[in-house]
Design a protein around this ligand. Sequence first.
Ligand SMILES: Nc1ncnc2c1ncn2[C@@H]1O[C@H](COP(=O)(O)OP(=O)(O)OP(=O)(O)O)[C@@H](O)[C@H]1O
Ligand SMILES: O=P(O)(O)OC[C@H]1O[C@H](OP(=O)(O)OP(=O)(O)O)[C@H](O)[C@@H]1O
Ligand SMILES: [Mg+2]
Length: 303
Amino acid sequence: MLDVDALNGRLLFAIPKKGRLHEKCMELLAGADIQFRRDHRLDVCLVKNHNIALVFLPAADIPSFVGKGNVDLGITGQDVLQEAQMQQHVTEVLPLSFGKCALQVQVPEAGPIQTVEQLAGKRVVTSFEVLSGEYFGKLDEKLNLAGDSKTNIEYVGGSVEAACALGLADGIVDLVESGDTMRAAGLHAIATLMQSEAVLIKSSTPKHESLDPLIKLITARIAGVVAASKYVVCEYNIPRAKLHDATGITPGRRAPTISPLEDEAWVAVSSMVEKKRVADVMDELVKIGAEDILIFNLDNCRV
Ligand SMILES: Nc1ncnc2c1ncn2[C@@H]1O[C@H](COP(=O)(O)OP(=O)(O)OP(=O)(O)O)[C@@H](O)[C@H]1O
Ligand SMILES: O=P(O)(O)OC[C@H]1O[C@H](OP(=O)(O)OP(=O)(O)O)[C@H](O)[C@@H]1O
Ligand SMILES: [Mg+2]
């Protein structure tokens, strides 16, 4: 059992307890060396090596816990942050480069409705009542739909894609990443409300200013883990005469490291390169005469 007094003075850090963001958050905490043991079924646990307690909550509840100052720091999606209308009470500290998805209006691929204008005034099922309400509210206004003619937005908690097939809706608003769930349900997207990714958030009016240095430390550590997942180190040898072209291809984050070699006509270059660009970068380096190109993954870094 948790000793409630043990929470006093600790930084409370909310983590999604399940779903798409949970595993990634566990990896981030491990990378930032935030050590804890979560007892079975307990949603609050003390961190062993910092003055922090982790609170495991549904991702959709985290914005209001942080916004109201019940917890100091949290990880959640930008989509649920906007849905909870907590943007004024919560500061986005750091985008985390995972949990990327889009909130989209979807309709049956083979059905009669193929535009949002055609869908306006009909039945829309969603877990995002607020954002859908805003979106279709504006559309209803533009199309002069009033009273009973307005779009009917209905809330469901999950498996939103089933609503059209079950005859509950003419269209839905839900999250799309690969599009597999949407396509499997015979739906396709006709509009995008927003793009989203996971973010580290803190309360805009923190209750305990003494915790500020700890928030900065945790933020810096998590930023290091996120950067390490986005970059690799690229090392290669290049004729000195081609160095200018080479550093144009691999400029690094601040500047590349250049080291002399025994053979004075050549230098070695070491530089951070974005993972998603690495194949193109290697092709370009080969083209200008680079040799011995090596790519190293980063476990962690500070940038
Ligand atoms: N398919 C997806 N790809 C990427 N990110 C997603 C996806 N689905 C949801 N997310 C992100 O994860 C957040 C939490 O959603 P998720 O559905 O994982 O949680 P949940 O609904 O609490 O869990 P579950 O669906 O398992 O009941 C969303 O607000 C969104 O930011
Ligand atoms: O485009 P895709 O890669 O298929 O991902 C989209 C699906 O992911 C989420 O569902 P989740 O797995 O959380 O299930 P849920 O609907 O029960 O919440 C979301 O609600 C979509 O259904
Ligand atoms: Mg879900």
